[in-house]
Design a protein around this ligand. Structure first.
Ligand code: NAP
Length: 244
């Protein structure tokens, strides 16, 4: 299982859970090598083979290298979790600079497309692969729109949802299932980028379940969609948002 952005948050929780359930793990990261090493150590403790690869999803050659490393180490790719994602400081659209828009699109959309491309090239039974599963980590933002915070981020997740629907149909006959998870407010570091203190506590009253979620609650959905238990499931989404 290749997990982009697997060093912290939802990606790290997914790596640890999938390792316990029998997957060998490749996590990518950009900045925090120590965090990535801790995830790898935990996966190995669970009995899995695991490596961390510094690979920026916004850089095409890094993503190609990530998959080449995976094939070198493990011989094949069964699952891609397209998890790496960023957001910028909360602001109304009227204040958005083009640099910000390019950054979020490059990571959240182009990065996910290139990673999916590399996965399909190696998984497709039409191209000599053994099939597999792709799980795109989208967001409830794709249907909420994130007004006054990050409509740009929300729109990148809308793009990811559309890719999920189209790619699922495109590769269904090539042994590849493509699905998405749409987390709501999950307790991870990503909220610090918004510049809003206690963002989860502020929004929690608007969540029907009245609380933020734990990364493991998202990892459960990712691991299920990636598993053979979801063998007839493709082109769909699991909302992990406490009813929001
Ligand atoms: P997080 O705690 O901030 O972790 C982000 C992970 O992505 C880290 O491992 C980070 O590693 C890595 N990363 C960041 N930029 C990267 C890049 N350019 N290339 C490769 N890796 C990169 O975030 P999270 O909350 O777990 O979010 C994971 C995914 O869930 C994102 O797609 C996010 O949009 C989505 N999501 C999160 C929430 C939530 O409430 N937390 C809700 C909905 C959707 P380094 O920093 O070491 O590079």
């Amino acid at each position: 299982m290749v997990i982009t952005g697997g060093s912290r948050g939802i990606g790290a929780a997914t790596a640890r859970m999938a390792a316990e359930r029998g997957h060998d793990i490749v996590v990518s990261y950009v900045r925090d090598a120590d965090a990535a090493d801790r995830v790898v150590a935990d996966c190995r403790s669970a009995g899995a083979a695991a490596i961390a690869v510094r690979s920026d999803v916004a850089v095409e050659r890094d993503v190609v290298m990530l998959f080449d490393r995976t094939i070198d180490e493990f011989g094949r790719v069964d699952v891609l979790v397209n998890n790496a994602g960023i957001l910028h400081r909360a602001a109304p659209l009227a204040k958005f600079e083009v640099d910000r828009l390019e950054d979020v699109v490059r990571v959240n959309v182009i990065g996910a497309f290139v990673a999916a491309r590399e996965a399909v090239r190696r998984m497709s039974t039409r191209l000599g692969g053994a099939g597999g599963a792709i799980v795109n980590v989208s967001s409830a933002a794709s249907y909420l729109g994130s007004p006054n915070e990050f409509i740009d981020y929300a729109a990148t997740k809308g793009a990811l949802d559309t890719m999920t629907i189209g790619l699922a149909k495109e590769v269904a006959s090539e042994g590849i299932r493509v699905n998405g998870v749409r987390p709501g407010l999950i307790e991870t570091d990503i909220h610090a980028s918004s510049g809003i203190d206690d963002r989860i506590a502020r929004h929690a009253p608007n969540v029907p379940m009245q609380r933020g979620g734990h990364p493991d609650e998202v990892a459960e959905a990712i691991c299920w969609l990636a598993s053979d238990a979801a063998s007839y499931v493709t082109g769909t989404f699991v909302d992990v948002s406490g009813g929001r």
